[in-house]
Every structure is written in structure tokens, then in C-alpha cells.
Design a protein around this ligand. Structure first.
Ligand code: NAD
Ligand code: TYD
Length: 368
């Protein structure tokens, strides 16, 4: 079959990537969707079981750093679009092992850019698009000038929000590697004319997130009655967005974003960590039929994360004004859906926390 478009989505077996792959495979049966993923500890093909047999879907186990193999795949599939999500994504891991973050996030992005250039420059980039998914963490930390929050005790917790032109000021090895990759994407646009677009999104939550990140880790710990390690005083603020709202924004920007531009994506939804944790306990206990307050004593304040950014908050008004995107879910509603999903998918949680799925890939594809 001749497809209308042929798109590589990198990191499609991960958390956000799996939602983007699912959305594109289902919404665009005339597009060829190629999921390019190395299947690190964070990649899990079980996240895509429901679409893996669709005729327009293909999975390729590849490393984004493998320029030769990526270029060959692009030629074979006549690829005209790349949505680049593959990355090492966990701040705590970046503090322990920064080198893999530089390799995957910086060199891996450079390799994807170079593959795109090699394949697309000869046809003057006609009909092509490179979309780089980045994070709000590249902007650094915002001040908390209103620690008491707004009138209902919620955010905004300060007068400033991250805008598209906020200067980059990353603090963690993770955010430094993402900032560096963003600079390379801009450089390829400005130097070679690569039609590239970048988005910087706030913290995502929802189904299929690896349970090392706050939301799924804590749901799992409440479920199994383990301690909830809150870093510092739990006063740090994050701006939370439901993952399907992010995937919708990616769809819109891939098709209608202006090359050379960047867009901030966020929910105007600032929460202090401790308030997120209390909401998670309340929701999980209610869904499990445990009495209110039954698990409050699981909260355990632990040593703060090194270089812990105090506050992130995104101004996504450009995306709203230019492309009409808005988040669709209130946080409490999204959290309820999320908690229910993890509790209904205990087997998924158990498999990813036991590492069984990694052994499964090693048997299927060999250790990498
Ligand atoms: P994730 O860790 O869940 O998934 C990353 C995926 O990339 C995995 O499937 C992994 O196997 C794959 N991968 C890693 N190294 C690879 C390599 N060398 N070659 C090929 N594939 C490789 O990450 P996520 O949370 O879904 O984040 C996806 C993207 O979105 C990242 O670029 C991240 O920086 C960005 N982002 C994430 C958030 C968030 O809250 N999770 C917010 C904003 C932006
Ligand atoms: P995380 O989910 O790791 O995302 P990010 O670091 O990209 O924002 O963490 C969200 C917030 O929760 C962050 O401020 C760190 C905090 N946190 C804890 O307090 N305890 C934990 O065990 C984890 C994983 C995170």
C-alpha cells in the first residue's frame, strides 16, 4: 500500500511515545507509523499491545545513536516525518549517571538530525518535518513569590511563568542534556534549513508511566503499603498535564506548527508535591475502599534531591492563541483516571517492577 506519509516516532515504547504512537496509528490509517525504540528499561512493547497488529504500524528495535541504521530505515520506508521522543528521562538517574544522558539525549538527537538531513536535503526538505519533544526543565527553576498560592490555596505560586523566549538555564544533567539537544535542533534549522519544530512540555501523568516517577511510584507504593519518599519538605511545585492532552498537542503541532518555532505545552496547573501526594493517597484509598486517611502515615520526608528545581510553571498561551489547543481534563479528574488505570493494571505494574519484561526482550531480541 502507498501511504500518504511515513513517520518515524522515536521512543514509541515509552510513556508519552506509546500514547503518541497509538493516537497516530488509529487516527491516520493512511500514514505509515514506524516506532523506533531501543527498548531500554523504560521501553515496553506491552504498552502498545492493542495496536501492534495494525497494518500501518511497524516496530524497529534501533538505537537513535546508530546513524547508519536510522538512515537506511528512513530510505527503506521513504520517511518524511520524525517525531523524536526517545530519551533518558529520569532526573534522579541523570544525577547518578550523567554520561548515558549525554549519549542518548545529545548524540542521539544529533544522529537523528543528521539522518534527516542526509535523506531530505537532496529533495530540498519538500514536505518534510522534524519534531523534537523537549521539556520545561531546560528553563531552570522559577521563584516562588506567592508560597501561599492563589485564593483557593492553589497556584500560581509566583508571578513568572516559562514563556517560549525564557532563557535556558538548566540545572540537572537531564535538563542540561535536553537543553543541548534543543540547541542542536535549532542549529540544524538555522544552518541547513531543516524544517524543525520544538515543544517544551511540563510534567506529564497518566497510564503507562514507568513507576520510578512520582505519580506511578506513589500509586504503587500506596497499593502495596510502602513508604512514600517525599523529597525535602514537599514544597516544590510542578505543572501537571494529562499525557493524552500532550499527545493531542503533538498531533496538532506536527501538522500545523511553524518550522523554526517552539511552543510551550502546559496545563496552567501548578501543584506542590505534597498536595499531589495527599490527592494520590485520598484517591487511591477511595478507589480501593480503604477508610479516608488510612495511608496518610506512609508519607516519609527524605533528603532532598541534589539541585532540586523549586518551581516549574508553563505559559502555553501561544499554543492556545495560534493553534487553539487547551488541556481537556481537570487535575482531579485526570488523577482519578490515572489511579484507576494503575489499580486495574496491577499485572503491568508487577511485570515492570519485577523486570520480567526486560528478560522477555532479551529472549526475543538478544541482550543490548
Ligand atoms: P520514557 O523514559 O518513558 O521513554 C523513553 C523511551 O525512549 C523508551 O521507550 C526507551 O526505550 C527509548 N529510548 C531510550 N534510549 C534510546 C535510544 N538510545 N535509542 C532508541 N530509543 C531509546 O520517557 P517519557 O517520559 O515518555 O518522555 C518522552 C520524551 O518526552 C523525552 O524526550 C522527555 O524528555 C520528554 N518529556 C517528558 C515529560 C514527562 O513528564 N515524562 C515532560 C516533558 C517532556
Ligand atoms: P518526577 O516524577 O521525577 O519528575 P521531574 O523530576 O521530572 O519533575 O518528580 C516530580 C516531583 O516529585 C519532583 O519535584 C521530585 C519529586 N519526587 C519526590 O518527592 N519523591 C520521589 O520519590 C520522586 C520520584 C519525585
Amino acid at each position: 500500500m502507498k501511504y500518504e506519509r511515513s513517520i518515524i516516532i522515536t521512543g514509541g515504547a515509552g510513556f508519552i511515545g506509546s500514547h503518541v504512537v497509538r493516537l497516530f496509528v488509529r487516527k491516520y490509517p493512511d500514514y505509515r507509523i514506524i516506532n523506533l525504540d531501543k527498548l531500554t528499561y523504560a521501553g515496553n512493547l506491552e504498552n502498545l499491545r492493542d495496536i501492534e497488529n495494525e497494518p500501518n504500524y511497524r516496530f524497529c528495535r534501533l538505537d537513535v545513536c546508530d546513524l547508519e541504521a536510522v538512515t537506511a530505515l528512513m530510505k527503506e520506508e521513504n520517511v518524511d516525518g520524525i517525531i523524536h521522543l526517545a530519551a533518558e528521562s529520569h532526573v534522579d538517574r541523570s544525577i547518578r549517571d550523567p554520561f548515558i544522558f549525554a549519549r542518548t539525549n545529545v548524540l542521539g538527537t544529533l544522529s537523528m538530525l543528521q539522518a534527516a538531513r542526509l535523506c531530505w536535503e537532496p529533495k530540498a526538505y519538500e514536505g518534510c518535518r522534524f519534531y523534537h519533544i523537549s521539556t520545561d526543565e531546560v528553563f531552570g527553576a522559577l521563584e516562588m513569590t506567592r508560597p501561599e498560592g492563589g485564593k483557593d490555596g492553589r497556584g500560581p505560586y509566583g508571578s513568572k511563568l516559562f514563556k517560549e523566549d525564557t532563557p535556558y538555564n538548566p540545572h540537572s544533567p537531564y535538563s542540561a542534556s535536553k537543553a543541548s539537544s534543543d540547541h542542536f535542533v535549532r542549529a540544524f534549522h538555522d544552518t541547513y534549513g531543516l524544517p524543525a519544530v520544538i515543544t517544551n512540555c511540563s510534567n506529564n501523568y497518566g497510564p503507562y508511566q514507568f513507576p520510578e516517577k512520582l505519580v506511578p511510584l506513589f500509586i504503587n507504593n500506596i497499593r502495596t503499603r510502602k513508604n512514600l519518599p517525599v523529597y525535602g519538605k514537599g514544597e516544590n511545585v510542578r505543572d501537571w498535564l494529562y499525557v493524552e492532552d500532550h499527545a493531542r498537542a503533538i498531533d496538532l503541532i506536527f501538522h500545523r506548527g511553524t518550522p523554526g518555532d517552539s511552543y510551550n505545552i502546559g496545563g496552567f496547573n501548578e501543584w506542590k508535591n505534597i498536595d499531589v501526594v495527599k490527592l494520590l493517597i485520598k484517591t487511591t484509598d477511595r478507589v480501593l475502599g480503604r477508610p479516608e486517611g488510612a495511608d496518610d502515615d506512609l508519607i516519609t520526608y527524605v533528603t532532598d534531591r541534589a539541585g532540586h528545581d523549586l518551581r516549574y510553571a508553563i505559559d502555553s498561551s501561544k499554543l492556545k492563541t495560534e493553534l487553539g489547543w487547551e488541556p481537556s481534563l481537570q487535575f482531579e479528574e485526570g488523577m482519578e483516571k490515572t489511579v484507576r488505570w494503575y489499580l486495574e493494571n496491577e499485572k503491568w505494574l508487577e511485570r515492570v517492577t519485577s523486570g520480567d519484561y526486560l528478560r522477555y526482550y532479551e529472549q526475543m531480541y538478544g541482550a543490548k
